[in-house]
Design a protein around this ligand. Structure first.
Ligand SMILES: [Zn+2]
Ligand SMILES: [Zn+2]
Length: 374
C-alpha cells in the first residue's frame, strides 16, 4: 500500500464537521404562508383534470394507431406513462395529507387516484413515509436502498447488474417493488415485512382489493374479456408509468455528488439537502405536477405543501441555502432533458458508496473524481 493510499484511508476515517445548517423552522419561516394552504377544491380539480386527460388519451389511441401504426402506439405509451404518473402524484399528496386537511377525503381521493393504476394506496403511503423521514440515511431510507461496497460484494451477479439492464426499468415498480416487495416488503401481501399491525394488514387488503377490482373492470367492462386488449391498453401503459415512477424517485436522490449518512452523522435537514430538483423539460414538469423540479421543497414539507405550491416554495429555499452552495449542503438542481439516458447510465456508473469521511458516504465514482481534482 502506498503512503498516499494510507493517508487517504486515514483521512476517510476522520470526521469532518459540517457547517451549521438552518433548522426546519428556519426554512419554514422563509417559505411564503400561502404555500402551506391546502385547498381541497383545487386538489380535486387536479384529480378531475388528470382523469379527463387520461380519458382523452384513450379516445386518441385508435387514431394514433390508425394513422401512425406501431409508432403511434409507442408514442401513446409514453404519453400514458407521464399522464398516469401525474395521477399518481395527486394520490401521493393524499397519502401525505397535503391534499386537504380531511383524512377521509385524502383517503377517498387517494384510492380514486391510485387504485386504477394498480398502486395500493395505504401500503404505499406507509413505505413512502419511511423514505421521507430518513432521506439519505444509510440504513433507514426506503425505496432505492443505498448500497455500500460490502453490500455490493455480497450481491449475486443478477442483483449487481439487474438495474443496469435498461429493460429492468419497466418491471422495477410493478411487480418487483409493489408486488414482490423488493426491497421494502410486498405492498399487496398483508403479512409482508412492511406491515406490523392488524390495522396495517386490513388496510393492505382493502387497498389491494380496490386495485384488483379496477384491473377486473378494465378487463371485463373496457376490454370485454379480451386479455390481449387488457395487456395492450391497460397493463403496458402501467409499465411505462412504473418506469417513470422509478426514474423520478431514483433521480431525485441519486447523483455522483450526493452524500449518504450513517446514523450518527444523519439529521433531517442534512439528509434533505441531498435531494435534487431536476427539470425534465418538454412540459413534463407541469404535466407531472412539479414532483420533478419541486422535490426539495416537497421533502422539507412533505405533509404541508400541496403540489401546486411547490414551485413557489422552491425559490426562497434556494435563497436560504445560497451560502452553502460551495459545500455539499447547497440547493441542488439540474436541467435534464436527457433524464432517461441519465437514469440508464447512473444505473451502471453509480454502483456503490464508499466512505468520504467518518460516517459520510458518497458514490465511488464521485469520490474518485473529486480526489483526482485535488
Ligand atoms: Zn423523494
Ligand atoms: Zn413524497
Amino acid at each position: 500500500m502506498t503512503i498516499a493510499t494510507q493517508l487517504r484511508q486515514k483521512k476517510t476515517l476522520e470526521r469532518v464537521e459540517p457547517p451549521k445548517l438552518p433548522t426546519v423552522d428556519d426554512v419554514r419561516k422563509v417559505v411564503p404562508a400561502h404555500c402551506f394552504v391546502k385547498d381541497p377544491i383545487k386538489s380535486i380539480r387536479y384529480l378531475i383534470q388528470d382523469y379527463i386527460l387520461i380519458a382523452a388519451l384513450y379516445l386518441a389511441v385508435p387514431y394514433l394507431e390508425r394513422y401512425f401504426g406501431v409508432l403511434g402506439l409507442f408514442a401513446w405509451y409514453w404519453l400514458m406513462g407521464f399522464q398516469l404518473c401525474a395521477l399518481f402524484v395527486v394520490g401521493h399528496d393524499c397519502g401525505h395529507g397535503s391534499f386537504s386537511d380531511y383524512t377521509w377525503l385524502n383517503d377517498l381521493c387517494g384510492h380514486l387516484a391510485h387504485a386504477p393504476i394498480f398502486a395500493p394506496y395505504w401500503p404505499w403511503q406507509k413505505s413512502h413515509r419511511q423514505h421521507h423521514q430518513y432521506t439519505a440515511h444509510l440504513d433507514k431510507d426506503k425505496g432505492h436502498p443505498w448500497v455500500t461496497k460490502q453490500d455490493f460484494d455480497n450481491r449475486t451477479l443478477l442483483e449487481k447488474y439487474f438495474a443496469a439492464l435498461p429493460i429492468s426499468g419497466w418491471f422495477r415498480w410493478i411487480p418487483i417493488y409493489t408486488v414482490i416487495g423488493l426491497p421494502d416488503g410486498s405492498h399487496f401481501w398483508p403479512w409482508s415485512k412492511l406491515f406490523t399491525t392488524t390495522e396495517d394488514r386490513i388496510k393492505c387488503v382493502v387497498s389491494g382489493a380496490l386495485c384488483a377490482i379496477c384491473a377486473y373492470v378494465a378487463l371485463s367492462y373496457f376490454c370485454e374479456f379480451s386479455v390481449y386488449n387488457w395487456i395492450k391498453y391497460y397493463w403496458i401503459p402501467l409499465t411505462f408509468q412504473g418506469l417513470m415512477m422509478v426514474v423520478i424517485t431514483y433521480l431525485q436522490h441519486q447523483d455522483e455528488d450526493v452524500e449518504v449518512y450513517e446514523h450518527d452523522e444523519w439529521n433531517f435537514v442534512r439528509g434533505q439537502t441531498q435531494t435534487i430538483d431536476r427539470t425534465y423539460g418538454f412540459g413534463l414538469d407541469t404535466v407531472m405536477h412539479h414532483i420533478t423540479d419541486g422535490h426539495v421543497a416537497h421533502h422539507f414539507f412533505f405533509t404541508k405543501i400541496p403540489h401546486y405550491n411547490l414551485l413557489d416554495a422552491t425559490e426562497p429555499i434556494k435563497k436560504l441555502l445560497e451560502p452553502y452552495k460551495t459545500t455539499p449542503y447547497g440547493y441542488k438542481s439540474q436541467t435534464n432533458y436527457d433524464f432517461l439516458f441519465r437514469y440508464f447510465t447512473f444505473n451502471v456508473t453509480l454502483d456503490y458508496l464508499i466512505h468520504k469521511s467518518k460516517g459520510v458516504l458518497q458514490y465511488r465514482v464521485g469520490v474518485e473524481k473529486s480526489r483526482q481534482q485535488q
